[in-house]
Design a protein around this ligand. Structure first.
Ligand SMILES: [Zn+2]
Length: 411
């Protein structure tokens, strides 16, 4: 089997495309949806652990919103054309979640004592990419991003950036995906950078200390890159080298001088004066599409137990064991485990099929196992067959799923 995610996606029924659905707009099949649900659960857990709260906002916004945010000027060529609804009511598919989150922050007054406020949403955003550059899940027109916007005081930037960077590194560790280094992206001597020299200096220092704080806990190299900042502020990027001399950014913690100005976002300081709030964009797990593609390729379809679309395939040897096998499957499902039963054809063929489908574990139940309350379990990675008590197996797998263990130990 090829290790290209587009081939794996097809062979393992992860996603499909259809000319009528359109280029760069993949359809997630049940196996793909199972992976994505796990990624969303992880993204939420990490966000909530850092004090983020969930919000929901629409995928459409008024054109005036993106004029205000500046997206129309800077990224207008990547946005889908406006939908004219009459009476000056013109809406657009959003290119980012930030403007809506800025409006949510602005919907009430905030005291310096309430900050930071961290708004989290797994939201879809849209890019009008040309059909020629679209590819599988890695280049798409609708991107589903786990996205947090932190609104804080200037003195909180270092702590918040360190928290964001730590969460992003932790997410990649849990996923088992490589991170090669952390990049501190700074401005250069050119122009086009928004904000004053003092603002940039302070922000760059804050992010540098944040990086050093986070890297105290993770042994990664910090590389400073002049000219790689966004025009509206410096950022910290998690980088991977793809081996073809091309580096890719997989998550970022980004400071923004622009949106708070454009939306006039403030907080009430101790002396009762309104002060400009600082906005930080943070991504942790990344876009659902890109991460799923990366996981499929990294593991060649053999995903860790907690992510596998089918965690355990149950194979009764003969019809006489069907009822017990079915009862086991029902109990596993009741515990939130993803399982399937397969009784079509010879046992050897069914085992081969489960391997081809990259089912994480295979449990064979024959007459002896029915009598003994056990199953013969094979791990797709190790291949060694072990006889395990069925009740103990359910407990073990429930724990492995919840704790996202990459290896399951039978001992
Ligand atoms: Zn943002």
């Amino acid at each position: 089997m090829s290790s290209d995610h587009r081939d794996l996606g097809r062979d393992l029924d992860i996603f499909t495309t259809h000319p009528l659905a359109g280029a760069g707009l993949p359809l997630w099949l049940p196996a793909g949806a199972a992976i994505r649900d796990e990624l969303q659960r992880l993204a939420k857990e990490l966000a909530h652990a850092d004090g983020c709260v969930d919000v929901y906002s629409p995928v459409l916004g008024k054109r005036a919103l993106y004029e205000r945010s500046g997206h129309l000027t800077k990224f207008g060529q990547d946005m889908f054309p406006p939908l004219e609804l009459g009476d000056d009511d013109v809406v657009m598919l959003r290119p980012a979640n930030c403007p809506h989150h800025a409006l949510i922050y602005a919907s009430s007054q905030h005291s310096y004592r309430e900050l930071p406020i961290r708004l989290n949403e797994l939201g879809s955003m849209f890019r009008a990419e040309r059909s020629g550059v679209l590819s599988g899940l890695s280049r798409v027109r609708q991107i589903s991003l786990d996205d947090t916007h932190v609104f804080c005081r200037p003195d909180q930037v270092t702590t918040e950036a360190a928290l964001g960077l730590h969460a992003a590194i932790r997410a990649q560790e849990i996923l088992g995906l490589p991170v090669d280094y952390v990049r501190l992206s700074l401005r250069d001597d050119g122009d086009g950078w928004l904000g004053s020299c003092e603002e940039w200096g302070a922000a760059e220092d804050a992010l540098r200390s944040a990086a050093l704080q986070a890297l105290d806990r993770h042994p990664l190299e910090l590389v400073e890159a002049a000219g790689e900042a966004a025009f509206y502020g410096p950022k910290l990027d998690l980088q991977v080298r793809d081996g073809r001399g091309h580096d890719e950014t997989i998550a970022t913690v980004q400071l923004d001088f622009n949106q708070p100005e454009r939306f006039d976002l403030t907080y009430v300081a101790a002396d009762n004066t309104p002060q400009r709030v600082v906005m930080i964009h943070r991504g942790t797990v990344g876009s659902m599409e890109r991460v799923t593609a990366a996981l499929l390729e990294h593991y060649e379809g053999r995903l860790p137990f907690w992510l596998a679309p089918t965690q355990i395939a149950v194979l009764p040897v003969e019809a006489g064991q069907d009822a017990v096998a079915r009862e086991f499957v029902d109990r596993a499902r009741a515990r939130g485990l993803r399982t399937r039963i397969d009784h079509a054809g010879a046992l050897g063929a069914r085992i081969r099929r489960a391997r081809m489908r990259r089912d994480c574990l295979i449990a064979v139940i024959g007459a002896a196992e029915v009598a003994g309350g056990t199953a013969q379990v094979t791990d797709i990675a190790g291949g060694e067959r072990t006889e395990v008590d069925r009740d103990a197996l359910l407990d073990l797998l429930t724990r492995a799923h919840q704790s996202r263990d990459r290896l399951i130990s039978w001992a």
